[in-house]
Design a protein around this ligand. Structure first.
Ligand SMILES: [Mn+2]
Length: 664
């Protein structure tokens, strides 16, 4: 404070000295001249004049002195009051305080601020503070390792406005917060995958050996992170570690999975793998345990041999993941078959629903389930999307032509006034609510069953009473065929067998993909019923063309930022183009890192765009800009009178604008 005030008063004093000296000086000179003139023309005693002159000089000197000294001291008095005010308020406040001009120049600081405050950072701090000045609860800044909460306030001092900045040291608080976060108890659940299958028929000594090796590896692993682990069941462990180690685990991509995979590979029929679920979310330990169990379910649902960390309401998935295992025992399908029949039996009626863009596997599986309902004498309906490709249409048309299936297939509009309260909903070929043909009605059902073979994603219909979710299976049609195999006296017609068989060959690309022993056994069962293979081949060929177009579209995708995929369906003259576009957009979304996808196609001069998102990017907002609409994760647009290239150009602009807007 003294510094600044001295600087200012010095300048002002100089000016004042000038004015206070010049006026009496001129006065003095005039007086001397006057006296001399007076003395020269009118002889008076010299002594009188001399005394008069001395008095005048003395008076003048006094005036000059008074002006100089008293005015200066008056100024000093002003600045002194100011200084005392600042000093007494902030000097001993115990908090660093600085006074800064509006230009960000520091002109005063109290003693304590000298210790903590690195002056060279002031320009950065100042810009930062100026930007957020409106913040009432302080502005957080970090100076090197220290954290401060800065409270600025406007102040008008010494004829200029500036800001008082009060620094509250939050370094320790931040440290404690970090320690709390780092040491947060994190709960993990480990389970040995396929325990029964792995150890079936294995010598007891080999089994014990392998299990003790797994125990040892797991204990070593958790001990290396200063955690504790305990075995709670023959194939289940629970561990607790501090949250700070999770990052390290992730960086190593859970190498423990590989270590366990390498144990005693020779002695076991099925290699031992483990799955891990981890959670540090939820407020209570029990909540974290439950959440870790759900994460483990996700790992198992995806085929096991992987670790899933619940993080920020999402699931982070680590590890190579076992290649979908072809399970050799069928106990599960027999139990499921029985449970499903019980549920159907106890319901008033049944609705069977597949995913959007109904495909042949949906229809095949739905027909199989419909057959079980019919066998039990229950009224059932199959809900389909209004959009499906030509090959799916071929299958539905054939079934409807047979007569038995008249009125069985329903679309959204047929369901408007239906009461689902005592009905059972059987979902086939998907486990995601948003992917259902008619998602809006799902919550009207009290009882839901899921039969699916897709790898489990974060979105899962959690409240189903029976879930038959087997990722090893080639298709949902294969799973349903196994259920049918356990029901005696069930009689499939050849058209029904054809539909289910078509589901299997479409999903396996004619038995070349994900095909296991059980796929062939299911196929054999259907062929025994008697079906026209050439018909199925025709369906498959038509579907395969769509499939190739879809693969081509996915392959040609361009990526913005590595987060958004854009592609165009190039195959011309295909009636299924809009469906291929929609399915390609779905497919692109399954690429790691892709948050949203857009696929364009042109039909009869109209450009159609399908937009899909995992939820982070709002495709509805983007496609609304293009004249379309939909939902946050699922939207579309149509544009007439433009080429695909023009539409794509415009879409790119809208996306870039969207990204720019949301990220600035
Ligand atoms: Mn399928």
């Amino acid at each position: 404070m003294l510094n600044i005030q001295q600087k200012n008063t010095k300048k002002k004093s100089k000016q004042r000295i000038n004015s206070t000296v010049v006026v009496p000086l001129i006065y003095l000179i005039v007086l001397v001249i006057f006296t001399l003139i007076n003395h020269a023309f009118k002889p008076t005693p010299m002594i009188v004049d001399t005394i008069m002159m001395i008095l005048m000089v003395a008076f003048t000197i006094y005036v000059i002195y008074y002006e100089l000294v008293t005015k200066k001291s008056k100024l000093n008095e002003l600045s002194g009051a100011f200084g005392r005010a600042m000093g007494s308020t902030f000097k001993n406040i115990g908090l660093p305080v600085i006074y800064v001009t509006d230009q960000g120049k520091m002109i005063w600081e109290n003693k304590i601020s000298e210790e903590i405050y690195a002056k060279e950072y002031l320009p950065e701090i100042w810009t930062h503070i100026n930007k957020q000045y409106a913040k009432k609860d302080g502005i957080l800044i970090n100076i090197e390792k220290d954290t401060y909460l800065v409270f600025p306030s406007n102040i008008f001092l010494g004829g200029r406005s500036g800001k008082i900045l009060i620094f509250v040291d939050k370094t320790r608080e931040k440290e404690i917060e970090q320690i709390l976060e780092d040491t947060r108890s994190t709960i993990g659940v480990v389970s040995i995958d396929n325990y029964e299958e792995s150890f079936q028929g294995v010598e007891e000594i080999d089994k014990l050996n392998t299990l003790s090796q797994i125990d040892k590896e797991l204990v070593k692993w958790i001990n290396s992170y200063n955690g504790m682990i305990t075995k709670v069941e023959k194939d289940k462990y629970i561990f607790v570690i501090e949250k700070k180690y999770i990052k390290e685990l992730q960086e190593l991509s859970f190498s423990i999975l590989e270590k366990i995979n390498n144990i005693s590979v020779d002695t076991l029929k099925v290699p031992t793998t483990v799955s891990i679920g981890i959670s540090f979310e939820e407020d209570t330990l029990y909540g974290r345990y439950k959440s870790a169990t759900t994460a483990l379910d996700v790992a198992l649902g995806r085929g096991g041999n992987q670790a899933v960390v619940k993080n920020n309401k999402k699931y982070d998935i680590y590890g190579e993941g076992a290649k979908a295992l072809d399970k050799t025992n069928r106990v599960r399908s027999r139990i499921i078959s029985q449970a499903l029949m019980d549920l159907i039996d106890k319901s008033e009626d049944v609705y069977i629903m597949g995913h959007k863009n109904t495909d042949i596997d949906c229809i095949g599986a739905a027909v199989g389930v419909y057959k079980i309902c019919e066998h039990l004498g229950k009224k059932a309906n199959i809900i389909v999307d209004t959009k499906y490709n030509n090959s799916t249409k071929m299958v539905i048309d054939k079934l409807e032509a047979e007569g038995d299936y008249e009125g069985v297939f329903l679309v959204k509009d047929d369901l408007k006034k239906v009461d689902f309260e005592n009905s059972l909903l059987i979902i086939v070929d998907t486990h995601k609510e948003s992917y259902l043909a008619v998602p809006d009605i799902v919550n009207e059902f009290d009882k839901k069953v899921i039969i699916d073979h897709h790898r489990r994603g974060p979105e899962f219909i959690e409240d189903s009473i029976l879930t038959y979710h087997e990722v090893y299976a080639s298709s949902t049609s294969e799973l349903v065929t196994e259920l049918l195999m356990y029901i005696e006296d069930i009689k499939l017609t050849s058209k029904e067998a054809e539909a289910i068989y078509a589901g299997i060959i479409v999903d396996t690309k004619n038995f070349s993909f994900k095909t296991g022993v059980r796929t062939f056994e299911a196929a054999a069962y259907l062929r025994k019923v008697g079906l026209d293979i050439s018909e199925v081949k025709r369906i498959f060929k038509s579907d395969f063309e769509s499939y190739v177009a879809k693969v081509e579209t996915v392959k040609n995708a361009e990526f913005i930022d590595g987060r958004i995929a854009i592609s165009v369906v190039t195959q011309s003259g295909n009636d299924d183009m809009s469906i291929i576009a929609a399915q390609s957009a779905d497919e692109l979304l399954s690429i790691t890192g892709i948050l949203a996808s857009f696929v364009l196609c042109q039909i009869d001069g109209v450009v159609m765009i399908s937009g899909r998102s995992l939820g982070d990017i709002n495709v509805q907002a983007i496609l609304e800009e293009m004249g379309g609409g939909g939902h946050l994760t699922f939207a579309g647009a149509q544009m007439a009178g433009v080429t695909v290239e023009e539409a794509k150009e415009k879409l790119l602009n809208v996306i870039n604008e969207y990204l720019g807007n949301t990220e600035s």
